[in-house]
Design a protein around this ligand. Structure first.
Ligand code: HEC
Length: 172
């Protein structure tokens, strides 16, 4: 029964995503509506990316690339494209919203089927991930949305004035 109900939720989410329009991902329209010390938010208040016409990415997207590469690439593959160990996050973020993303990274996820056992570790007590979780999200959101190509972003906005103090406070 539970598996059945879960499937219905996924099917409905997929339907919503497919009717939401072209420039939208699992979190909706990614267009920045506001910003706070270099972090951009969409109109729903979820973290988003901002990429200038010349390819310059916001600070958080560039940090997200670095942190993704250090903590997630080993399973989810280069540039979020997936590997034999774990699914593509470029695909996953087309349907998973910000809240679901935070939940999965914080608490982990386990999928047991007959052929293989896939485990997403929980990172909730790992500051190297949790202090950068919004950055990792916006990087993957930009990848999922097709706004950012493969590899390291070549140009990025300067470090926001309050960034280092916030980072130090989080890392303890
Ligand atoms: C040790 C390997 C491993 C590492 C490291 C890892 N993951 Fe995962 N992740 C997995 C596996 C395996 C799954 C699939 C679990 C499932 O299907 O239930 C998964 C699933 C996910 C999902 C859900 C995808 C979906 O389609 O439902 C998200 C989001 C995710 N991981 C994000 C991350 C992020 C962000 C990082 C880095 C901070 C990370 N993962 C690091 C193995 C890993």
């Amino acid at each position: 029964m539970r598996a059945c109900a879960w499937f219905v939720v996924v099917a409905v989410a997929g339907l919503l995503a497919s009717t939401a329009g072209l420039r939208a991902d699992g979190s909706g329209d990614p267009a920045p509506a506001s910003s706070d010390d270099g972090k951009y938010l969409d109109k729903a208040g979820n973290p988003t990316f901002r990429i200038a016409p010349d390819g310059t990415v916001d600070w958080y997207t560039s940090i997200g690339y670095i942190r993704y590469t250090a903590n997630c690439l080993q399973c989810h593959g280069p540039d979020g494209l997936g590997s034999s160990f774990a699914p593509s996050l470029v695909d996953a973020l087309k349907t998973i919203d910000y809240g679901r993303f935070i939940d999965i990274v914080t608490n982990g996820k386990k999928n047991v089927d007959t052929s293989q056992e896939l485990v997403m570790p929980s990172f909730g007590d790992n500051p190297n991930v949790m202090c950068y979780i919004d950055a990792i999200f916006v990087y993957l959101r930009a990848r999922s949305d097709g706004a950012l190509g493969r590899g390291r972003p070549q140009k990025n906005d300067p470090r926001p004035p309050g960034y280092s103090a916030t980072e130090d406070a989080c890392m303890g």
